[in-house]
Design a protein around this ligand. Sequence first.
Ligand code: SF4
Ligand code: SF4
Length: 338
Amino acid sequence: MKPLVVEKAQAGSWLRKLCQEFDVFGPVETKKGFYNWKRLDGTIVPHIPQGVAKVSIKTFFFPQPEVMFEFDARPTDPEAFRPIEPHCDFNPRVLFGVRPCDARSVALNAMPYREDPYFQRKRKETTIVAFLCEEGCLTCFCTLTGGSPVGIEGADMAVTELETGFFLEPVTEKGLRLLDYEFFRKPTAQEKSIAQERKKGAQKSVEDTASKLRSKDLMDLYNAHFWAAVAESCINCGACTFLCPTCYCFDIQDEALRGKGRRIRYWDSCMFPLFTQHASGHNPRGEKLKRVRNRFMHKLKYFPDRFGPISCVGCGRCVRDCPVNIDIRQVMEGLMEV
Ligand code: SF4
Ligand code: SF4
């Protein structure tokens, strides 16, 4: 698909058109240096910060909470427990200014969620406009996890910011659809060469961490000597899992009131003791060490053994916001040495 350019002076008009047709969201600075995803109304072209927003885009694919459907819940008639209305209450939308690591997280999450109609419907209705990174920030490390600052996995359109405008490369038909307006021109030879040079200059994936970890024996990694040391300081707050774009575990609860029931899906975390608590009272991951080990083993061994890549895109949110400075990069190094 051929790239086009929108001049900076025209970008606002393009965004306004998009806002008329889609629900458009972008990272907005809500406090100094603190970006979060907000609905855009087309009055401003948001400044896309280097690095990722505080909250990942998983909130668009796994809302917190998510009503899955309503059901008839008259307790006197057990036969009446039938779903009556599946819910999917959202409009087609555009996520504008996604960084490549977050875009890639959607492609990774689609592997275990390939048969989940809620996730798949949201993915179908969402167009991801990825802004390629010029350079990484201190706490991100996409190149250690199979990604790249200029990666397009999971994106529908890739954007390179130039001095005068934005170099737009549609990746999918959904991305191409966003160029269906009159604001664009063909790129000049110089603009094409700048965009290409940026990509050449950006560091590509340097470590094939996934295949190295796949080749290691599962039980050797499971019994590695350092798990107690890693887990010691963890307070099981769950911040790492809630902020992580590739953590997707959930709990389901049914609520019933006056004969009407709702099935609701909430985010859950393997760092919480109740996550694995059985009805009998037994808890196979009752100790903190087992929970911490599970989080890392899932991302770095169980997921790649099953799907191929590791389940981490190197966004660095867990490193940045863990209150006790637990760093997945150090755990990766430790596992590589086993
Ligand atoms: S953010 Fe840090 S302290 Fe909190 S659960 Fe995760 S690893 Fe443990
Ligand atoms: S594990 Fe940490 S660095 Fe990796 S994707 Fe999750 S939050 Fe980002």
